[in-house]
Ligand binder design. Structure first.
Ligand code: URA
Length: 435
């Protein structure tokens, strides 16, 4: 078999056999197929699509590219959550300690920033010393000691996704149902979990802008999980505007800690508690989602979730003093406000533009090798439905480099849509799949 023939086959709308997909994935993971050939195949697959059987083959080839962790020796249920990604989406940092404090294990494999969206690993790495690259042995130890461990794909676990994820980020081959499903499910099924809660974002800041596509993505992921013997549900949630008040790594760590302290913005707090509630329910910790929600609230109100976060950060080598002293996080040297171009009510945002602007300021990668700037961020002052006066600040940019500042500013300024009448508040959880 030759990669070049398989690229041509997909380019010409052909259907791959399981062996062909295994050849591509194992060859690329071992370094035998170069980046340029897999990039070409990814683009062909993005354009032509993958049918259900190709999707199953891709997910399994990526899953078995590394070890499937067996956590059966660890007492208690293992439950995780994964989001398809958005702007300001930081719920993993909040719900992992809530759910671990409530008595379940959360073995979480996350990703870096992808496209215009931020990644959990990049956020965590803004905490000085935090190690997201634990070995499998360390991962088990941390999980056993505190009930949560947050790592990235490694050479041992989901190595195919580790490489392909970075390649998709730099080749605009992200927003495709088959590629997203295989990426997410290969990581999640490798973790040794009993149950999975999926947060599938929809709206102008999501990979699935349209709700029907989000539902399709949710359905294939829930089906894949169930086929592999895992309990799974998906919440279809709003990403027509950023989640919370901040986007950007350090800023999102601060905002997450604020929620764990019982403060923070309502939308972020509500979604984190809702997702935690579903994790408690699927993990059989509570007999209903409502009781799961009450348990999650108690974990925050009692300070147990914050304490769990402190212990988890310490066990992964991070500086625990971050909880009491945000100044140890990288920050930006300069700030500038973007004022409103009109008076009226905020009606909509082109939320993806915020993520692109943040990436241009150094918060994301243009090439695989790029380092991110953890200090840069965007602070959002208005939400859809709010009254705004002309020149009133809509966003504060926290920046270091100025090379792309002007372009970032105009992208942000042009991402707001106003109306003369107040639009209704957005519903955060739009639908459920798999219940
Ligand atoms: N999250 C992932 O892990 N992979 C994707 O492709 C998209 C979101």
């Amino acid at each position: 078999m030759r990669a070049v023939d398989l690229i041509r086959k997909k380019r010409d709308s052909g259907e791959h056999s399981r062996e062909e997909i295994e050849f591509l994935i194992s060859g690329y993971t071992r370094g035998e197929i170069p980046d340029y050939q897999l990039s070409a195949w990814l683009m062909a697959a993005w354009i032509r699509g993958l049918n259900r059987s190709e999707l199953a083959s891709l997910t399994e080839a990526m899953l078995y590219s590394g070890e499937v962790v067996n956590l059966s020796d660890l007492p208690g249920k293992k439950v995780d959550k994964h989001s398809t990604g958005g702007v300001g989406d930081k719920t993993s940092l909040i719900l992992a300690p809530i759910v671990a404090a409530g008595g379940l294990n959360v073995p979480m494999i996350s990703g870096r920033g992808l496209g215009h969206t931020g990644g959990t690993l990049d956020k965590l790495e803004s905490i000085p010393g935090f190690n997201t690259a634990l070995t499998l042995k360390e991962f088990r130890r941390v999980l056993g000691e505190c009930g949560m461990a947050l790592i990235g794909q490694t050479a041992e676990i989901a190595p195919a996704d580790k490489k392909i994820y970075a390649l998709r980020d730099a080749t605009s081959t992200v927003e495709n149902i088959g590629l997203i499903c295989a990426s997410i499910m290969s990581k999640k099924l490798a973790e040794g979990i009993d149950a999975l809660v999926l947060d599938v974002k929809t709206g102008s800041g999501a990979f699935m802008r349209n709700e029907d596509d989000a539902v399709k993505l949710a359905e294939v992921m829930v089906d894949t999980a169930k086929r592999m013997g895992k309990k799974a549900v998906a919440l279809i949630t709003d990403m027509d505007q950023p989640l919370g008040k901040f986007a950007g790594h350090s800023n999102e760590v601060i905002e997450s800690i604020e929620v764990l302290k019982g403060r923070g913005p309502k939308d972020l707090r509500d979604l984190s508690l809702d997702l935690s509630a579903w994790m408690f329910f699927l993990g059989e910790r509570t007999p209903s989602v409502e009781e799961g929600r009450r348990l999650a609230e108690t974990m925050v109100a009692s300070g147990q979730a914050l304490e769990k976060f402190r212990v988890g950060v310490g066990l992964q080598g991070g500086d625990e003093s971050v909880i009491d002293d945000y100044s140890i996080l990288p920050s930006a040297r300069s700030r500038v406000d973007i004022g409103s171009s009109a008076s009226g009510f905020l009606a909509a945002t082109n939320c993806m533009e915020f993520g692109i602007a943040l990436a241009m300021l150094g918060g994301g990668r243009e090439k695989k090798e790029d380092k991110v700037d953890h200090g840069v961020g965007l602070e959002f002052h208005k939400r859809i439905g709010d009254r705004v006066e002309k020149d009133e600040p809509l966003v504060t940019i926290h920046y270091n480099a100025t090379a792309k500042l002007d372009e970032a500013k105009s992208r942000i300024a042009e991402a707001f849509v106003f109306s003369e009448v107040k639009v209704p508040e957005k519903q955060l959880v739009r639908r459920m799949v798999g219940v």
